[in-house]
Design a protein. Structure first.
Lengths: 374, 163, 284
């Protein structure tokens, strides 16, 4: 995407830096639980916040294959980082959730489903790739023949406050996947951070409702231009690419390519990539009974196709080698997903590259398969 | 007594020999006869000599092998179109299984000795016959392997300890 | 963004019915058929031949099992289950009158509508016959709509042939039932050998007019398909029923994927050519 003369988006305003807390307060006032970036265990993660002081002011992240470090910035930016090990999927598709219950009664087992009210989240700081990832998960959980009730209930009332990236990490490749770095789709409010404040774009009625309660001012042309320059910097900093031409047939047509053996020698099948990936959705269900065995909860939790017995069937494991499990993950993410949901499963966020302990880079794996066609 | 022409026509209809070239069918018919085995009768015994190759036209034949303390075990049943007693042609004539007609069975019986002579002297005929034997045996081998895989076994039989 | 068009589903797909065992038949050697009805006495949901249900034993787990009863019977569903893991072993300990949970029906069905005016060949092995039995019942009820039905069924040994008590009745009603075993036992006078051989030899096969439906171990199905193709059955008339690890049955847990296909919602019944590319890949 190239930069062009900035046009004032339909509804762009200005929020001074000092007034950022009012945004959080307005959200809380409207009954939202605000989830935003904060530092924990030397990483920028997403958690409940109530104050701007909890934001990672003046911090950035440095990412490489197999490496994630925080580093100090020389300014006070609160969104001056890229993406961390968390994604918003942990709130819409929680790592643990009760999906059904069973209670023993004199008349027999009584089956139920939980009807607890879903949390009302406001996500503060959603990157373009993350907006895309949420849309990808929407297709999985909401647009198939069966709708996931937990995802639907949370997603329905979630408010998305997007943040335009003003820098890119070395592991980013959103431009290759057509998902960023500009936030163009489906946010309620969109922020671009400048030195003394934020250009605020209103993207929906719900966003307008929040904006109405904020001390927003008219945005100046100079501010719009600075925002554009800042957003362009993110585009310019992207170095990694993934060639997606014909990728579906490339991968599904090369299921016995020698490269799979090669990557299998490096992959530990540790499941990190699937845990940090914002679109991975595999899960398992376990039974949790009380001591008397009278009340049983069916608990869904995140699983991973890299887990050894993920494909257990009839007394044996189908994908009983790292080679076959890595191949499953990559072909699903970049190829089968297209057949299943009409888009790629990958949004180019680079998390899997960063958080792989041995630094496997899927853009490199695809390039290797593409380059040497048997 | 069936005529050679009628025999040839029968061979044309049976799977094993159906697509043999005309000239080969002539040769084959010349050394063959139709035989009937009533239900329950023994066609040949395991271990005994038999110098006839059979091509089943109708009916059903059970093949058994004897295992001490286990008795006679049926390892295969064959039917129309299948070949029987290939060891007669390919081996020394010592049968590796007992063949019993499970139903009234009608087969073409070809003299293995005469067939062998024919193959030795006429390599064209030899090639046609042997390639059909090879194909039938390879199909038989694949089917046997499928039996060996024991696909319907209890999963416990094939479970492996988790590594 | 708040999306007013998103709604939680009207029926929660995790909601199980409570079912009661009306009767059970010990088919022998760890195999049992359970006849289930809803405890409230309401009619069972309707299902199509080939679909499956998730049998749920609270605190133990769920097991995907093909529904093996007559789709025209609205009172009960039947499931034939072999003891294999925790859930199925737990089920085996139950008796008539006991209750447990069930979700379903799920999945795709055998192409009965597309098979009208055609002959049908069912080629099944082992526990592959139960998901095809509804086809037999449906056929018996709607005879006039179909041509000939042939059932080719194989099991490990004679005493593991499932539904043996029904074969005579099916034969009497004009279905050609042929059975075979991998290993004969003393006194067995039937066929010995694998199911594909029965299809190789099927004299009454009219390939252009026949639909082949096969269910059983994947290797067996592959060879049945080879045999069908060799006999000239068009590839669009061959259907298989696939199996994979299933947990949610609603296409959301990821376990049952087979290439791009979710066995639970795109299958388990597939037209052969749709899954053919993946069948030849090991450990895929």
């Amino acid at each position: 995407m190239s930069s062009s003369a900035p046009q004032a988006p339909a509804d762009a305003r200005w929020l001074a830096r000092a007034d950022l807390q009012s945004l959080i307060d307005a959200l809380i006032g409207q009954g939202y639980e605000v989830i935003g970036p904060t530092i924990d265990q030397e990483a920028i993660v997403y958690d409940k916040i109530v104050s701007v002081d909890e934001l990672p002011r003046g911090w950035t992240d440095e990412q490489e294959p197999g490496k994630y470090r925080l580093a100090r910035r020389d300014d006070e930016a609160v969104f001056g980082y890229v993406v961390g090990p968390h994604s918003w999927k942990r709130f819409l598709f929680p790592p643990h959730a009760t999906v059904a219950t069973a209670d023993r009664t004199p008349e027999g087992w009584k089956m139920g489903t939980p009807d607890d009210a879903a949390p009302k989240y406001a996500f503060l700081g959603v990157r373009a790739c993350e907006l895309a990832a949420i849309r990808v998960q929407d297709r999985t959980f909401l647009e198939g023949p069966y709708v996931d009730p937990i995802y639907a209930a949370r997603r329905k009332q979630a408010l998305l406050i997007a943040v335009n990236c003003t820098q890119a990490a070395a592991t980013c490749f959103c431009t290759s996947m057509g998902t960023g770095p500009r936030c163009t789709s489906e946010y309620d409010l969109g922020l671009t951070e400048l030195e003394d404040g934020f250009v605020v774009e209103i993207g929906s009625e719900a966003g307008q409702q929040i904006a109405a309660g904020l001390p927003l001012k008219a945005v100046a042309q100079a501010q719009l231009e600075s925002a554009e320059t800042a957003r362009q910097q993110a585009i310019d900093q992207i170095t990694r690419t993934l060639n997606t031409d014909g990728i579906r047939d490339l991968l599904l047509g090369n299921l016995e390519h020698p490269r799979w053996n090669n990557v299998a020698e490096r992959c530990l099948s540790c499941t990190n990539c699937t845990m940090v990936c914002p679109t991975c959705f595999c899960s398992s269900v376990t039974e949790v009974a009380d001591l008397q065995g009278e009340h049983v909860e069916r608990q869904r939790q995140w699983d991973s196709c890299f887990n050894f017995d993920f494909s257990y069937m009839n007394g044996g494991i189908l994908r009983n080698s790292i080679r076959s499990r890595y191949r499953q993950w990559l072909t699903h993410k970049l190829a089968s997903w297209i057949d299943q949901f009409g888009t790629s499963g990958c949004v180019g966020c680079g998390r899997c590259i960063t958080w792989c302990p041995v630094g496997i880079d899927l853009t490199e794996e695809v390039a290797a398969i593409r380059e040497k066609q048997p | 007594m069936i005529t050679t022409e009628a025999l040839k026509q029968t061979l044309r209809e049976i799977g094993f020999s159906a697509d043999l070239p005309d000239a080969v069918l002539d040769e084959l018919a010349a050394v063959s006869a139709m035989v009937d085995f009533p239900a329950g009768s023994t066609i040949f015994q395991e271990g005994a000599d038999n110098h006839f190759l059979y091509i089943v036209r109708s009916g059903k034949v059970g093949l058994d092998m004897y295992v001490p303390t286990r008795g006679r075990i049926r390892i295969l049943s064959i039917g129309p179109g299948d070949m029987l007693a290939w060891s007669a042609l390919l081996g020394e004539g010592r049968m590796s299984a007992t063949a019993t007609a499970l139903e009234d069975t009608c087969a073409v019986a070809a003299s293995a000795l005469k067939l062998r002579e024919m193959c030795d002297t006429n390599h064209e005929v030899g090639y046609e016959l042997m390639s059909r034997m090879a194909k039938a045996l390879s199909q038989r081998l694949v089917a046997t392997r499928l039996q060996l895989l024991d696909l319907f076994a209890d999963t416990a039989t094939h479970s492996r300890p988790r590594s | 963004m708040t999306a007013p068009s998103i709604s939680p589903p009207a029926v929660n797909p995790w909601q199980a019915h409570t079912v009661k065992i009306r009767k059970l038949i010990r088919e022998g050697l760890g195999v049992t058929t359970y006849y289930l009805a809803l405890t409230e006495g309401a009619a069972m949901p309707s299902f199509k031949a080939g679909q499956f249900g998730m049998l749920y034993l609270p605190s133990v787990g769920e097991s995907p099992i093909g529904i093996c009863s007559d789709p025209g019977d609205h009172e009960t569903w039947a499931f034939t289950v072999r003891e294999a893991g925790n859930t199925t072993r737990g089920l085996a300990a139950l008796a008539a009158g006991d209750t447990f949970g069930m979700r379903g029906p799920f999945g795709s069905c055998w192409p009965l509508e597309e098979s009208r005016q055609s002959d049908i060949v069912i080629a099944a092995g082992g526990l592959g016959l139960p998901p095809l039995r509804p086809v037999i019942y449906e056929y018996l009820r709607r005879r006039k709509e179909f041509g000939r039905l042939t059932v080719l069924y194989g099991a490990r040994t004679p005493d593991t042939l499932i539904y043996a008590h029904e074969y005579a009745s099916w034969q009497q009603q004009g279905i050609d039932v042929q059975t075979t075993v991998d290993r004969a036992s003393l006194g067995w006078t039937g066929n010995v050998g694998v199911v594909p051989l029965l299809l190789d030899r099927l004299a009454t096969l009219d390939p252009q007019r026949t639909v082949v439906m096969t269910c059983g171990p994947e290797v067996m199905m592959n060879f049945v398909v080879r045999s069908a193709l060799k006999r000239g059955v068009p590839v669009e008339r061959i259907w298989v029923s696939m199996e994979r690890n299933m947990q949610c049955a609603i296409g959301l847990c990821g376990h049952c994927q087979f290439g791009p296909e979710f066995i639970c919602k795109d299958g388990p019944v597939f037209r052969y050519d749709r899954v053919a590319p993946w069948l030849s890949i090991e450990a895929f």
